[in-house]
Design a protein around this ligand. Structure first.
Ligand code: IPM
Ligand code: MN
Length: 373
């Protein structure tokens, strides 16, 4: 058989990858199902071979195995090129005396796979500025890329409890960072800024915390030595909480430690209007990246078929871009999402009380738009 040049070229670009799907709890199951359909369509349209392997994490894993992150799930993830996760948690597992919580699964997978960089883009879609609780002139044009350090700080520092002589209790958590941990996240932020507006804001609490003073020194050293072309600034976390909603357009790339980043990105998610739209990537030095929506398992609407699948679909786009290096495919999904929003289709969370489509219908609309381009 004689193959045309075009055919050989296409074949050369074909990618074979195993993708781990960890739907987790609540709406995680519904939104991952829609993103999986999109990934299947990407494979078909662009001639790639994706295989999907499912694993348990969170509450469903606790029910089945007693562990929030069973070893089997971890092995599946290690053998995959990328991981797509839904969400974990729910009232069923909220018992304070429980041996393990669903969230422990998330913390463990981050640590085990060395996923130290949590990348959270916060971009206001022009079609949805109305959905933001903030004034249009403040949010229109917002485009921030957060780098949240994910495997250090208070989340992983030494912690404990002790009983005092009078029978009362004391508990503690430690915020701890080494220069190495700070350097590697700062570098990623610097590199990302080069492809954007060339500005990095580092957020800390250096007026109070010793660990923040090390963070600030390290940030300055790395940026001056390796990214002299990138503009830098320091903002204290309390001021940042304010600036993020009063002048969000001032920020390009923001880098910060684990807990500050956790809080700021939830706050930032209100800029585009709904958490239902925001994807995130958790990346390590090597090995598979983990992609997920930034929203949680939303137990109040789980199983109703009304959750917004767009954040997870956009997380799948990030997966294609960062782990499989399929930029064209990622952009095609992002364009399809944009198109669907531009045509006025909305799930309940962004419909403002107006007509809303179901989770599955929203997935279909994106799929149709993807196939049409
Ligand atoms: C997040 C979540 C997690 C975190 C929880 C569920 C452990 O809030 O991914 O932002 O605090 O990191
Ligand atoms: Mn969070």
């Amino acid at each position: 058989m004689k193959l045309s040049k075009a055919y050989l070229f296409e074949k050369a670009l074909a990618v074979r990858a195993q993708i781990a799907l960890l739907p987790g709890d609540g709406i995680g199951v519904e939104v991952v199902a829609e993103a999986e359909k999109l990934l299947q369509a990407v494979a078909k349209k662009f001639g790639h071979e994706f295989s999907f392997v499912r694993g348990l994490i969170g509450g469903c894993a606790i029910d089945a195995t007693g562990e929030a992150l069973p070893d089997e799930t971890l092995s599946i993830c290690r053998a995959s090129q990328a991981i797509l996760l839904g969400a974990v948690g729910g009232p069923k597992w909220d018992n304070p005396s429980a041996k393990t919580r669903p969230e422990a699964g998330l913390l463990k997978i981050r640590k085990e796979l060395g996923l130290f960089a949590n990348v959270r883009p916060i971009k206001a879609s022009p079609y949805l500025v109305q959905a933001s609780p903030l004034k249009t002139e403040i949010v229109a044009g917002v485009d921030i890329l957060f780098f949240r350090e994910l495997t250090g700080g208070l989340y992983f520092g030494e912690s404990g409890r002790k009983t005092n002589p009078d029978g009362s209790e004391t508990a503690f958590n430690t915020m701890i960072y080494s220069t190495y941990e700070i350097e590697r996240i700062v570098r990623l932020a610097g590199q990302a800024a080069r492809g954007r507006r060339k500005k990095v804001t580092s957020v800390d609490k250096a007026n109070v915390l010793e660990v923040s003073r090390l963070w600030r020194q390290t940030f300055d050293r790395v940026m001056q030595a390796e990214f002299p072309d990138v503009q830098t600034e320091h903002v204290l976390i309390d001021a940042m909480a304010m600036h993020l909603i009063s002048k969000p357009k001032n920020f390009d790339v923001v880098v910060t430690e684990n807990l500050f980043g956790d809080i700021l990105t939830d706050e930032g998610s209100m800029l585009p209007g709904s958490m239902g739209l925001l994807p995130s990537a958790s990346l390590g030095a090597d090995g598979p990246g983990l992609y997920e929506p930034i929203h949680g398992s939303a137990p109040d609407i789980a199983g109703k078929g009304i959750a917004n699948p767009l954040a997870t679909i956009l997380a799948a786009a990030m997966l294609l871009r960062h782990s499989l290096h399929l930029e064209t495919e990622a952009v095609a999904i992002e364009k399809a999402v944009d198109h669907v929003l531009s045509r006025g289709h909305r799930t309940a969370d962004i419909a403002g009380g107006g007509p809303a489509v179901s989770t599955v219908r929203m997935g279909e609309l994106v799929l149709e738009a993807f196939l049409a381009v």
